[in-house]
Design a protein around this ligand. Sequence first.
Ligand code: SF4
Length: 337
Amino acid sequence: MKTLSDLTFTQLQEKLGEDGVSPANASLIFRMVNQGSVEIAELGKNIQRWVSEQEVLKPEVVREVASADGYTRKFVLRFTDGREIETVLMGYEGRHTACISSQVGCAMGCVFCATGKMGLLRHLTAGEIVAQVHFLNEILAKDEKAPIRNIVMMGMGEPLHNFVPLTDALEILTDPRGPGLSPARISISTVGHVPGIRKLAKLEQNYSLSISLHGASDEERGALIPINRRWPISELLGACRDYTSETGRKVFIAWTLIEGANDSDDHAHRLAKILKGMEVHVNLIPLNPTEDFDGRPPSEERTLAFLEIVRDEAEVPVTIRQRRGIDVGAGCGQLVI
Ligand code: SF4
C-alpha cells in the first residue's frame, strides 16, 4: 500500500477523494509531509484522524561515517522491510548536494562498481527515494545549515530502471509545496538505459542528464558495462542527441578513467571523435577504488593529457570531477551494503 511519502500532489488529491475526504486539504497535508511547515494540530479533527491512519516513511539510521576532511557523510538507512541502502551528503562551499539511491543493489553489473556486485534486490518506492532527501534535510536543519540545493541520482541503482517511482519522487521534490528543488539542479545519472532516456525527454520537467560512457567502442565499453550489449553506443548517443533537441539541455558525459584500460591518448582521440558536434559536457572521474575490482586511477598528468585531447578535438567543455568521500567508500561506484 502506498504511504503518504509516495504520493505526488495530484495522487494525494485523488486518494483523499477516494477516501471521502475533501481534496481541498491536500495542500496542507502535502506541506506537512514534504516541507514540515505545517503541524498535524493545524489540520481539522477529521483530517487528523485520516492522517493518523496513514504512514509517513522515516528510515532508520543504521550507521553513519564521515570523511576525514569532514565534507562527506555517508548514512546507511534501513526501510520497514529491513532492506538497507546508502545515501550520501556532500558539502561544498556554501551548499550541500545529496547523492540519492534508487534501488537496493543494481541489475546492471558494471564491473568496477560495488553496488553492481550485489545484483538487484529490489526497487525503491517513490517514498523511499523522497525520504532520503527529507532525512538529509533534517540533519542539515539540526546543524542550522541550508537545505539540500542539488541532488544527484548517483547512489545505489540505475535510476531509469525504476522509472515511475523515480519520476514521482522527483515530482514531489520539485513541488513548491514540498522541498521545491529546481529540476535543473537534479541530475539523473544513467549507465545508458535508452528507453528511460527517451521517456525522460518527454516529461514536462527537464532534469539534468548524465551518461556513464567509459568506453568509445562497443567492445571496450561492453567489457566494463554489460548493458552496452543491449543498447550499444550509437543507439545511446542517438538518444542523447534527441534528448538535447527535445529539451534544449546539453547532456553530461561521465568517463571513469581507469589506468591502462581507457586513459590513453588513443582512447581520448576516439572519445573526441564520437562526441564531436554534440551538445555535451564531459566529466572525467579518476577511478574510485573498490575491493573487488583490480583497477587504479591514472596519474594527474595522464588525466590532464586526456582532458586536453578531448577538449581540443571534440570542442566541448571537459572537467575533472571533484572527488569526495573516497576514504569512507562514499564515492562513485563504491556504495554497497
Ligand atoms: S555503476 Fe550504476 S548502473 Fe552500474 S552497477 Fe553500479 S549502480 Fe548499477
